[in-house]
Design a protein around this ligand. Structure first.
Ligand code: PLP
Length: 401
């Protein structure tokens, strides 16, 4: 098997798996229990949280552990609450039709148009407006500046896009926000203006520091960094107020009640530690493999030419159905994708590729290869050779129909 879909899922690192094992069996205790073995589990959990927090230049008390990045993203949006005094729907009309949503009643949220659905859907549901991207996939800063109003409370821009690997200029965005906050202060406007970033795809490829990025909220995802699935975290700056995602035992500062996923967090922390240790080496390795693919593959157009992390290779094959390529490659035990795994599985057109201006036929011919730890040099050469063969065969077939 040659797996080239590491943006969809990563296998759990063996050392992370080993670190987790005792907490399923011997150290199974509930961290909230009063006796000593449970207190030790609680201390281990806190220490794992500290490891994850330190990796982004934060403190353990700044992190809320969640069951994945979807939850963390949704929690971030509770920083902006719907105004209780506002009637969200107009009265039903005398003809009996339902009331219409009063958009002006919603708080102002801006989100990058290319965000993952776990940001896009919650932002849309709260009346958020999309910010455009340029053809490169990078945020259109002029559009951002134009759309920020005195009502804007939250701006959400992912650090690395999950379909193209585009790195967004977070520090530049936070500098713009800082200017606006100063101006608001001068004019006596007290409304908050927060920056949230979904860094799900970034932690094992970029050196992340929350202060340097200037973010108030940052989402992390264990499943993309060779940790277990179903574990994530939200970094929350000390001055940000959130509403609970779940109500119950009061774990995670009362924001995400539920017995702690101790093995999951231990595994996440170990995976983060390993990712940090190998960050530079892995980047170099992926950059070399990317170059190898671009050199050895034929007949493609490169979509993500600039500004992307080293392990994303997005290719467009003109007049070829990429869905078919995926199945043909699967027959040769090569696993790739057309885009985000969740959208692809529903047969939806990629909103990310549409946002960077690709035509429907270009979108239909797009493949995403994401390189990672399961690969080696030989696999990369082999994958290029097989993809070329499969594409050539498919072209020949199309000529004969
Ligand atoms: N955000 C990004 C950028 C992602 O790539 C993903 C997963 O594909 C998520 C959020 C959602 O993560 P999860 O399904 O683990 O909650």
């Amino acid at each position: 098997m040659i797996y080239l879909d590491h943006a969809a899922a990563t296998p759990v690192n063996k050392k992370a798996l080993e670190a987790m094992e005792p907490y399923f069996s011997h150290d199974f205790f509930n961290p909230s229990s009063a006796y000593l073995p449970a207190k030790k589990v609680s201390a281990d959990y806190e220490s794992a949280k500290a490891t994850i927090a330190h990796a982004i230049g934060a403190k353990s008390s700044d992190l809320i552990i969640t069951a994945g990045a979807t939850e963390a993203n949704n929690l971030a949006f509770t920083s902006v609450s719907l105004d209780g005094s506002c009637q969200l729907f107009s009265s039903p009309t005398s003809q009996g039709s339902a009331g219409v949503p009063l958009q002006s009643c919603y708080p102002s949220i801006l989100y990058l148009v290319t965000e993952h659905d776990s940001v896009r859907k919650v932002a849309e549901q709260r009346g958020g407006k999309p910010i455009k991207v340029l053809k490169t996939g990078v945020i259109d800063l002029d559009d951002l500046k134009q759309k920020i109003t005195d009502e804007t409370e939250l701006i959400s821009v992912s650090l690395v896009n999950n379909e193209l690997g585009t790195i967004q200029p977070l520090a530049e965005i936070s500098a713009i926000i800082r200017e606006i906050k100063i101006d608001r202060l001068k004019r006596g406007i007290k409304k908050q203006l927060l920056l949230h970033s979904d860094a799900s795809q970034a932690l094992n490829l970029l050196d992340i520091n929350v202060a340097r990025l200037g973010v108030d909220l940052l989402t992390l995802n264990s499943a993309k960094v060779y940790g277990p699935k179903g574990v994530g975290a939200l970094y929350v700056s000390h001055d940000v107020n959130l509403k609970p995602l779940t109500y119950g035992g009061g774990q995670e500062n009362g924001l995400r009640s539920g017995t702690e996923n101790v093995p999951g967090v231990i595994g996440f922390a170990k995976a983060v530690e390993i990712a940090k240790e190998h960050l530079n080496g892995n980047r170099k390795k992926y950059a070399t493999w990317r170059q190898t693919l671009l050199k050895e593959l034929t007949d493609y157009e490169l979509i993500n030419k600039k500004h992307s992390v080293d392990n994303f290779v997005n290719l467009c094959y003109n007049n070829i159905d990429a869905e078919r390529l995926i199945y043909l490659l699967e027959d040769k035990q090569i696993y790739v994708s057309t885009g985000a795994a969740c959208a692809a599985s529903k047969g939806q057109k990629s909103h990310v590729l549409a946002a960077i201006g690709l035509s429907d036929s270009q979108i239909a011919g797009s493949l995403r290869l994401t390189l990672g730890e399961t690969n080696d040099d030989a696999q990369i050469h082999e994958a290029a050779k097989i993809i070329n063969e499969v594409v050539a065969k498919e072209k020949e077939r199309l000529q004969n129909v």
